[in-house]
Design a protein around this ligand. Structure first.
Ligand code: FMN
Ligand code: SF4
Length: 435
């Protein structure tokens, strides 16, 4: 059967021992490392640049270019920090990668550290996912026992230690500079940039911060060649990535496919919207990206096309909602999340997120007015661009796009004095199955 899928990271997730070192090696793992260690570090960076891998943590910054920013011959320690703090609503690709494929991440870490001349790497894992952290710790121990970590790796003279660090569980600690403060034992709040981490990151030393999926993709690129990677995807969004489908879809899960794949194609693989229902709205890149409807089913899911269509690819967290869903309720839930996770450092986000939640609650309860919609938009536009970090900017997109697409639905709440939807109808379990 022909398929648009390009399973690389996800290729062996159905094997019970894929997460072990033996399973990973049987499936071709650790082929890339000797190849990389035989190259000059700068050649490894050049290979990453040629692949045009763009960071998979949301912003899409080219990974090879980021590695190239690390100053050489500066006499300072260099660090790699892997961002495994995944926790935005709908984001669900890094945790399954860590559970099923931790050795791919470790192999990628060794290659990345060799390239940027770092002898210590940290993986910052969110604290709540203890089972994920334990699996990763086990994988690090296995890799070390086998000589893939530690001193003189594979006789190359290159030394590397990996520290698995558990965060206390704060969404803001996924923001790279807040993460660095947290790792240093400080309260996790964003730092002023510049200086960027490549110049003054962890312990004020040059630091690369990369997403789990970015680093776990590196061995595939080294093993198969930058050209094979760049041959997939679209002109400016190369390669493959994991699309996480959740919500009212028949088969939710992770679908690894070339960037530029459309939602219509992904839904073809995922069995479509749940039986008897139709798509109402969806997020292409998670809760911080403007909503799409069925009019965007054929938009290629690459950075440029999604932006041209008015949204953002983000972390490819595709949340799907059918016609039983109240859009006001969904947006309220998301903004409650941002309000809860706001670190409080800057006023627009700390106060603004609170006001937006108050207004949305009133609107969902049918106690608002049409004027509140304008007030909501006004507050949101005063947060965007005025907040200290991107968490603040994440509040406006869902609010603004939902009002633009579903203004009548907001007003219907006020007309009837409450929510016109039955929340039970949009749940994925019936009362019968819950008994
Ligand atoms: C509030 C906030 C939360 C973030 N959470 C994550 C996260 O959980 N994982 C991640 O990789 N990047 C996250 N990022 C993006 C990081 O700051 C950074 O851009 C990313 O780790 C860089 O990796 P990449 O170049 O490989 O994409 C977050 C950014 C913000 C503003
Ligand atoms: S935008 Fe929000 S999360 Fe970011 S620094 Fe300001 S208060 Fe903290």
């Amino acid at each position: 059967m022909s398929t648009i899928l390009t399973p690389a990271l996800t290729a062996h997730w159905d094997e019970p021992d894929a997460f072990t070192l033996a399973g990973y090696r049987r499936d071709g793992g650790y082929r890339a490392l000797p190849k990389a260690l035989a190259m000059e570090p700068d050649q490894v960076i050049a290979t990453l640049k040629d692949s045009v891998l763009r960071g998979r943590g949301g912003a899409g910054f080219p990974t090879g270019v980021k590695w190239g920013f690390i100053p050489q011959g500066d006499g300072k320690p260099h660090y790699l920090v892997v961002n495994a703090d995944e926790s935005e609503p709908g984001a669900c690709k890094d945790m399954p990668t860590l559970l099923n494929n931790p050795q791919a991440l470790i192999e990628g870490i060794v290659i990345a550290c060799y390239a940027v001349r770092a002898d210590r790497a940290f993986v910052y894992v969110r604290g709540e996912v203890l089972h994920v952290a334990r699996r990763l710790q086990h994988a690090v121990a296995e890799a070390r026992d086998a000589g893939f970590l530690g001193d003189n790796i594979l006789g190359s003279g290159f030394d590397l230690e990996v520290v698995v660090h558990c965060g206390a569980g704060a969404y803001i600690c996924g923001e790279e500079t807040a993460l660095l403060d947290s790792l240093e034992g400080l309260r996790g709040q964003p730092r002023l940039k510049p200086p960027f981490p490549a110049i003054a990151g962890l312990y004020a030393c040059p630091t690369v911060v990369n997403n789990v999926e970015s680093i776990a993709t590196v061995p595939w690129i080294l093993a198969n060649g930058a050209g094979d990677f760049a041959a997939l995807g679209t002109e400016k969004s190369k390669g493959f990535g994991i699309f996480s489908l959740s919500g009212h879809v028949t088969t939710p899960g992770q679908y690894e496919a070339p960037l530029g794949t459309t939602l219509r194609e992904l839904l073809g693989l995922a069995g479509g919207i749940r039986a008897g229902h139709r798509l109402k709205f969806w997020t292409p890149g998670g809760s911080s990206t403007p909503l799409f409807t069925d009019e965007q089913l054929d938009v290629p899911l690459d950075y440029e096309s999604v932006q041209a269509a008015g949204s953002m690819l983000g972390t490819r967290s595709i949340q799907l909602f059918d016609e039983t869903t109240c859009v006001v309720r969904v947006v309220l839930r998301w903004i409650e999340f941002y309000k809860h996770e706001s670190c409080g450092k800057c006023t627009p986000c700390r106060e603004g997120s609170y006001w937006v939640v108050q207004l949305l609650r009133d609107l969902e309860d049918g106690k608002g007015s049409e004027a509140d919609l304008d007030k909501l938009l006004d507050i949101c536009s005063n947060i965007t661009g005025r907040a200290f970090c991107i968490l603040g900017d994440s509040i406006e997109p869902a609010v603004k796009s939902s009002i633009s697409l579903f203004r009548d639905e907001y007003l219907e709440h006020q007309r009837i004095g409450g929510c016109p939807f039955d929340p039970a109808a949009s749940t994925l379990f019936t009362m019968e199955s819950a008994r």
